[in-house]
Design a protein around this ligand. Structure first.
Ligand code: BGC
Length: 739
């Protein structure tokens, strides 16, 4: 019997299971209530299952295995695990409880392990690119698409929902995240989670909490005072949970204010359960558990990734020993198993079982990815109307960034492979690092070829950019140069705040006044050449059809509408932590003033501010009015396309109050696509937590009576209109949720 076989395999690896637990459960259902019985709420169904389960079966749910062979730990994957996947938790066949098949991550179905296990799947643009679209509808569609591929591959848990705030612009995983603002990140990731879960599978939210850098991530301690956590990092998760209702939370590798995230009672029990009322289960990050009883007592329900690390803490024998020693109670085990079962029922994993090998419409899915990329590309600068490129007979040279072959992606566990071919279809194979945290993967979507297709009358040549003098000469001989500048980032490393070849950009810009720079970076970069370059386009990691998305934006087939979800600094000295990321205690002295809030509070002039993004048309915003609604306020205004082209804009509402961490906070936003001359009335509701501060003395959201300013802007530094509103004092409890 399969579960028995798995149980023994686990025992062999995990040393001895106690004899009482190793007993064979009944072979047949008999009088058992099967999981397929759909009567009752998820909680009632979970309780019915739990009542019938042996201790061994309950403990099975608490332990997840790496989904692929892992030679360093001499580990062979479980027979039922999906090849090349992140994780596997055995099911309980006699009750009809399915295994949990887990795959990474937020941009699509990733592959772990070697070339033999590679599965080619559709990569979205990076999480940061999706956030840059400020388009919650697109975020849902993106999530729904990758969730459908996960389901088609037989995965029922997608390890997505990365909602860590960007506190460290050099963080190697910033590309997976959704920016520096808790509202924007929470809404965008929440909608993506909802899209994923619309496939009757679970999405996580992760990495709970404050996994803001990769340096020393396994032991480092993120130090942030509680009020700041509440108003920044935790608020992003809280909003993502309200919007997306993830079935699971992944606790992070790092410590938070002392305890490891995965044994942090404040995070896992007080905040998640007692205050937010979240009913799901907490799984650990892969190898992020450091204890048995303290973790379980703190609120951890499931350890992940056994096999990847050589030992495990929620091993059956260890949990039993902790129970025997009185360090945990049977109620702890029952509660953990119940939460896991409840999510399996609540999110459709039992009623809509997954099966491997279902057909995938890759052509359709690539169009979803391309649309997301097109919505997230940000036009940072466009002097003299250099862009869009017209289809005229002129010489254009495309330089560097392997733009003749494809577009860059970010590395680590979230790496989605493009499929086809012996090397996973990597358009530029062989770049270093080839092994973890590599390989470096370029998706086969060439911006050069796409430009040639869109501009048939132009004479478009390519220079690989390795020889700077040659590139400069080619630029000089052309009418216009497009330099592709890249920064590869990956999980497990932090990265310099630069593109790989600033001097190439300098050389080209000095030789060609019509130079366009296209950036493919994990997050913000410094641009020492920015003043000398008339046009800059931020394409992030643009995903599987990124070359087409870039070309369509450059040529105006798509009017750019992305806005920055993160501040681009002018210099390292403007950052709260100017020095390189350090191990040990990382004290986030900026507190809740993350990103633009820090820049505003300290009067730093960024290179490009949060919220910034240009268009090929122009917009007017006016008529701002504000009135109270519920505990918050509602802002109304009109947005008009005052220019010659159809285009979308992101109207941003900022709020200001006395005694806050920063002069202004993003209070809401609305993206609207308008025809030339079209006007739209828009309404944005401001969450009352964004008009309050966290009150540590009397826990909750405290708003002082007084005058608040509500502003309507194009970005965090450009307000079109402002009004004041007087609001009474209020105090909302930590359990408060929007309706
Ligand atoms: C990452 C997680 C990922 C997990 C499983 C870890 O290294 O931090 O984000 O989901 O691996 O692959």
């Amino acid at each position: 019997m399969k579960s028995r076989h798995i149980f023994l395999a686990a025992s062999a690896l995990a040393l001895s299971a106690t004899p009482a637990l190793a007993q064979t459960p009944p072979e047949t259902a008999g009088d058992a209530v099967m999981a397929a019985d759909t009567r009752g709420t998820p909680d009632e169904r979970a309780a019915a299952m739990l009542a019938q389960m042996t201790q061994g079966e309950k403990l099975t749910l608490l332990m997840g295995y790496f989904g692929e062979d892992f030679a360093p730990a001499n580990y062979t994957r479980m027979p039922e695990a999906r090849a090349g996947s992140a994780g596997y938790v055995p099911g309980i066949p006699r009750l009809g409880i399915p295994p949990q098949w887990q795959a990474d991550a937020g941009i699509g179905v990733a592959t772990q392990g070697g070339a033999a296990s590679k599965r080619g799947r559709t990569a979205l643009p990076s999480g940061l690119a999706t956030a840059a679209s400020w388009d919650a509808v697109a975020a849902f569609a993106s999530g729904a698409m990758i969730g459908s591929e996960a389901r088609a591959d037989g995965f029922n848990v997608l390890l997505a929902g990365s909602v860590n705030l960007i506190r460290e612009p050099r963080g190697g995983r910033n590309f997976e995240y959704a920016g520096e603002d808790p509202l924007l990140a929470g809404v965008m990731v929440g909608r993506q989670i909802a899209g994923i879960q619309s496939n009757n599978i679970i999405s996580t939210s992760k990495h709970f909490a404050v996994n803001a850098q990769e340096t020393d991530r396994g032991a480092g301690n993120s130090v942030v005072d509680e009020a700041a956590l509440r108003m920044a990092d935790l608020l992003a998760f809280q909003i993502a949970h309200e919007v997306g209702q993830p079935g699971s939370v992944m606790c992070a590798y790092n410590r938070v204010n002392g305890p490891y995230s995965c044994e942090n009672r404040f995070l896992l029990t007080q905040v998640l359960r007692e205050e937010w009322g979240w009913p799901g289960y907490v799984m650990s990050d892969w190898g992020a558990v450091h204890s048995t009883a303290p973790s379980i007592v703190a609120g951890l329900d499931q350890e992940s990734g056994f096999g990847l690390q050589s030992d495990a803490w929620l091993r059956t024998d260890r949990v039993q020993a902790a129970l025997a020693a009185g360090e945990i109670t049977q109620a702890h085990i029952n509660t953990a198993a119940h939460r896991i079962l409840r999510s399996l029922f609540a999110h459709g994993l039992v009623d809509h079982p997954v099966a491997e090998g279902q057909p995938i419409d890759f052509a359709a899915n690539r169009t979803v990815s391309q649309a997301a990329a097109e919505g997230g590309i940000v036009l940072l600068k466009n002097e003299r109307g250099l862009l869009p490129l017209a289809n005229t007979a002129r010489r254009i040279v495309v330089i560097g960034g392997h733009a003749d072959r494809g577009v860059l992606s970010g590395g680590g566990s979230s790496q989605v492979y493009p499929g086809d071919g012996p090397d996973g279809g990597n358009a530029v194979p062989g770049l270093e690092p080839r092994t973890w945290p590599g390989p470096v993967v370029y998706y086969p979507s060439s911006p050069l070829e796409e430009l040639r297709a869109l501009l048939p009358d132009a004479d478009i040549s390519f220079h690989d950019g390795r020889d700077h003098e040659g590139a400069a000469a080619a630029a000089n001989a052309a009418d216009l140069a497009i330099v592709f500048a890249t920064q590869w980032a990956s999980e497990s490393i932090d990265v310099p705040l630069h593109v790989e070849d600033d001097t190439l950009v300098e050389s080209v810009a000095m030789n060609q006044r019509n130079t366009v720079v296209v950036l493919q970076t994990g997050g913000p970069v410094l641009m020492p050449w920015a003043a000398r370059v008339p046009a800059i386009v931020q394409a992030w990691y643009p995903g599987r059809n990124g070359g087409a998305a870039i070309a369509r934006v450059l040529t105006g087939a798509v009017n750019p509408s992305g806005h920055l979800p993160v501040t681009f600094p002018r210099s390292l000295s403007q950052l709260p932590q100017p020095g390189d990321p350090q191990p040990g205690d990382v004290v986030y002295t900026e507190g809740a003033a993350v990103g633009y809030k820090w820049f505003d509070a300290h009067g730093h002039d960024p290179l490009f501010p949060f919220g910034h993004g240009l268009s090929y048309t122009s917009f007017g915003m006016s008529g701002l009015t504000v009135e109270p609604r519920g505990h918050g306020v509602v802002a109304r205004f009109t947005l008009t396309n005052t220019g010659p082209r159809e285009g979308a804009d992101v109207a941003q509402i900022y709020v200001s109050g006395d005694g806050w961490e920063a002069p202004r906070r993003l209070g809401g936003f609305a993206k609207a696509n308008l025809q030339p001359g079209e006007t739209r009335e828009l309404e944005v509701t401001v969450d009352p937590r964004l008009l309050a501060v966290w009150d540590s003395a009397n826990p909750g959201w405290r708003r002082a009576a007084g005058t608040y300013t509500v502003s309507l802007g194009e970005n965090s530094r450009a307000m079109a209109d402002s009004v004041e509103i007087t609001l009474p004092a209020s105090h909302l409890p930590p359990t408060w949720k929007p309706e």
